[in-house]
Design a protein around this ligand. Sequence first.
Ligand code: ATP
Ligand code: MG
Length: 202
Amino acid sequence: MDHNAERRLRHKRAMQRKKAHVDERIAQAVIDKGLMVVLTGNGKGKSSSAFGMLARSVGHGLRCGVVQFIKGQWECGEHLLFASHPLVEFHVMATGFTWETQDRELDIAAARETWAHAAALLRNPAVQVVLLDELTYMLTYGYLDATDVLQTLRERPAHQHVIVTGRNASDALLELADTVSEVRDIKHAFNSGVRVQKGIDY
Ligand code: ATP
Ligand code: MG
């Protein structure tokens, strides 16, 4: 056998072993359930990943709810795309960034009002996917009662998926989640003086 033929054969055998292993693991995963996915960490990519899952869900015709707990300065593309979509109920917290309002009482009132929309979605069995963007900050600032938030997440309909984003997700959130990803900051253009770019950042 020439060298190339031998290499092809070795590759084929290795791929057969890999396929058998992957097939076996796929065969073992037979559970369907509503997942809780947490996207945390200091790197860029948490909200955009969450909205990627929302796009997939809408593509499949699933009924979705979005609650954004921090309103940015810029009108974000995900809001422009999904807010008027018939499958998506979209709520944005009325205030701006917390360091812009500089009023704790106002922030707390806005957080609670916004959470009421989230809680209604999390109690509605007709809603299949709920995205709670930047929820973690409401808990780290103590704007929302963590026990109440965790209980509402835990008691949501069994088939309902929920996606939570934000830095510094608490241990209790991580424990309740089925899937957790931490996005690590390796470098970000902002630190080289590049301003936010439409499509990439908002
Ligand atoms: P994205 O919405 O782009 O997925 P994110 O949700 O992971 O980002 P946030 O902390 O919510 O990150 O911040 C949103 C905005 O801040 C985006 O414009 C994003 O590009 C920017 N950003 C995210 N991470 C960093 C970072 N490590 N340094 C500087 N800017 C960042
Ligand atoms: Mg984000």
